[in-house]
Design a protein around this ligand. Structure first.
Ligand code: P6P
Length: 281
């Protein structure tokens, strides 16, 4: 299986380099399509989806894939066992404001359940193209002079200084607002760009803090998609020594009701995540 996972990673890395070049052209126009999550699809979303999807179709070791931009499972090789999920370009609505965005992937051995996730990774397209890939550790790389250079294994401390609160504040539950305000009252710094990849990457790079996207009165199951966004980051955060929950339960233990289902989610250092569970349980 290890060799097959490496084969998938090599293909995805090559395509991420291509996509990072495409992003330099500022392709900020919308297509006339809405995806299964109801998001209006940008042309660059479609290009990214095609880029990674077509590449995965060339691999005999891939049983199939699920993309945030595709309504259904895409079959590749029925005799294979690895399934790839991906958000081809998360945060693409930030392309026009030139903020950092990313591509998020999960690789599963067997069915699409948290316990079957064997590798998770993301690319971040910022001033630099970088990659974080987690199997046993969460390993951080930068793409320089046409090579992926290892930077560090992420190791989160038990407590951080950053607070990254998602969701429309006027729709937050009272207890959630009190929790977020209590972090700020203790001096936590606000770090929120509206791009999950950059916001969660920053907390990993700064070795601690808390990211939240809760259930709100206008989004009862939260906004972030379990398979395309939440499970991969939950896996990466745990490998980095952090935690990831829906407030009550470890995220990688939750059920996946449907391919495009979303969930409330919290990612962070152990001390902050304990406060989350004290409030939500
Ligand atoms: P809001 C981007 O559209 C995204 O899916 C994530 O990258 C990000 O964390 C979230 O939505 C931002 O949502 O409601 O704060 O704009």
């Amino acid at each position: 299986m290890e060799k097959n996972i490496e084969e998938i990673l090599e293909v995805l890395k090559a395509k991420a380099v291509v996509l990072s070049e495409m992003l330099k052209e500022r392709l900020a126009g919308y297509s006339d399509i809405n995806n299964a999550s109801g998001d209006h699809v940008l042309k660059i979303d479609m290009k990214a989806d095609l880029l990674f999807g077509e590449a995965l179709k060339t691999l005999k070791c891939v049983k199939g894939y699920v993309s945030e931009e595709q309504p259904n499972f895409v079959d590749v090789n029925k005799d294979a066992s690895l399934i790839v999920t991906f958000d081809p370009l998360d945060g693409s609505s930030l392309v026009d404001s030139n903020l950092s965005i990313g591509s998020i992937f999960g690789i599963y051995e067997g069915g699409l359940k948290g316990e079957n996730l064997v590798t998770a990774l993301y690319f971040i397209y910022g001033p630099r193209l970088e990659l974080v890939v987690a199997k046993k550790e969460a390993k951080h790389y930068v793409y320089v002079d046409k090579e992926w250079k290892f930077i560090q294994d992420f190791k989160m401390e038990s407590k951080g200084k950053l607070n990254s609160p998602g969701g429309t504040q006027k729709y937050w539950d009272k207890k959630h607002k009190e929790l977020i305000d209590s972090f700020f009252a203790r001096g936590y710094r606000l770090r929120y760009s509206g791009g999950m990849v950059a916001d969660l990457h920053q907390i990993l790079c700064k070795k601690g803090g808390i990211f939240s996207y809760p259930a709100t009165s206008d989004a009862k199951s939260g906004k972030l998609r379990i398979l395309f966004e939440v499970f991969p980051f939950a896996f990466i955060y745990e490998k980095a020594g952090g935690e990831a929950s829906d407030g009550k339960k470890r995220l990688l233990d939750i059920e996946v009701p449907s391919l495009h289902a979303s969930t409330p989610c919290f990612f962070g250092s152990k001390v902050e995540m304990k406060e989350v569970s004290d409030v939500y349980r």
